[in-house]
Design a binder for this molecule. Structure first.
Ligand SMILES: Nc1ncnc2c1ncn2[C@@H]1O[C@H](COP(=O)(O)OP(=O)(O)O)[C@@H](O)[C@H]1O
Ligand SMILES: [Mg+2]
Length: 185
């Protein structure tokens, strides 16, 4: 389902960020890419999503790929509901926003939401897109522990027969959400 082989990548400044990385992952996995800040976690997800192009090596991903970004990447001029509706029908958007605790915030724009609320809108959009491979870049940042547990359970349940690749350096998030952890070094 996802096959990464001998992947290498450098930015224009020539700094080699990813060096000869290989792994495979399949349906039902929640694979965590773990590393300290600046070690290349976001870069790997962007390469899998096709937002960056590998310098050498190969990425084979079968099915539809969706991603939630570390920066949320919401359209500031759209409401929470409109942001999610960009990828699905209105009732699906409403369902996920409500499930993620934003039932009273449909009409608020990102500027009127807290960081944790924006993160939940961003996650709702990624989930509502219904990808076969769901990429989540530090998905649980800024969420309090109760909300985090609930969202983890909802996402894990909904994607139980698909592949999730996510990043975090947080050991407790790895313990509660990952089925496997790869350390980038
Ligand atoms: N657009 C860019 N141009 C040049 N260097 C970058 C760019 N984006 C990230 N980097 C560098 O690549 C390395 C990996 O970044 P990143 O993948 O964002 O790491 P992480 O997500 O693990 O914190 C860092 O050293 C960072 O400074
Ligand atoms: Mg990152």
């Amino acid at each position: 389902m996802l096959n990464v082989s001998n992947l290498s990548f450098s930015f224009d400044n020539g700094e080699r960020v990813i060096r000869d990385m290989s792994f495979t992952a399949g349906k039902g996995e929640r694979l965590c890419l773990s590393a300290a800040s600046g070690e290349g976690k976001t870069t790997v997800l962007k390469l899998i999503a096709g937002l960056l192009t590998a310098e050498s090596g190969k990425i084979e991903a079968s099915g539809k790929v969706g991603m939630s970004f570390q920066s949320d990447a919401l359209f500031p001029w759209q409401t929470a509901l409109q942001n999610v509706k960009n990828v699905c029908e209105e009732k699906t958007a409403a369902y996920w926003l409500d499930a993620f605790g934003l039932g009273s915030d449909f009409d608020k724009k990102p500027g009127e939401l807290s960081g944790g609320m924006r993160r939940r809108v961003s996650l709702a959009r990624a989930v509502a897109f219904e990808p076969d491979i769901l990429l989540l870049d530090e998905p649980f940042n800024g969420l309090d522990s109760e909300c985090k547990e609930k969202i983890m359970a909802l996402i894990a349940g909904h994607f139980s027969s698909r592949l999730i690749v996510f990043t975090t350096h947080d050991k407790s998030e790895q313990d509660s959400f990952a089925t496997r952890v790869i350390e980038l070094s």
